[in-house]
Design a protein around this ligand. Sequence first.
Ligand code: SF4
Ligand code: SF4
Length: 189
Amino acid sequence: MKEYFKNIFVALWTILVGLRLTFKHLFVRAVTIQYPDVKLKLPERARNRLYVNIDDCIGCRQCEMACPVDCITIETVKALPNEDLGVTSTGNKKRLWVTKFDIDISKCCYCGLCVYPCPTECIYMTDVYEFSEYNRHNLIYHFSNFTPEEAELKKKQVEQFEIEQKMKKAVKPAEQVTVSNPGNPEEKS
Ligand code: SF4
Ligand code: SF4
């Protein structure tokens, strides 16, 4: 009988100890938040998802070279002499078409090394940190305005232009030799 009442006492005591802790926490300020409904304010220099303002990119590839994990891929095509690409918002002259600018964010370690060397400050960290995907290919971000077909076409235009320039240069010296050699008997006849 004594054991019976002892067990009841222990059970009640245990409940009271537990409830004491619960009641204590009712009056303590919460340290957690109701994420994702409530979000903490991020520090000013927090590193999250990268963004590229492609209109300001001059294709210098400094960000690509600085990246320690090679997750940036850039391809550029020289603008033709009759093409004026304008200037960036920082006043840098644009001379290259940026036909490809991909960032594989699944490889990114958020070191920020690509951000600092950019001369036009067009690659930067945003405050977006929720970008999980079911398909990892969706984590490759394409920033260029060119489709692969348009990029190919642009490349071909430049190749064609360079061929034409080479041909013109090849023709010119031959003309010069003919003009600068008046004693040539073949020319007299
Ligand atoms: S933050 Fe670092 S790892 Fe990510 S793209 Fe920039 S340089 Fe590469
Ligand atoms: S460093 Fe800046 S301007 Fe140069 S390629 Fe990268 S994003 Fe473009």
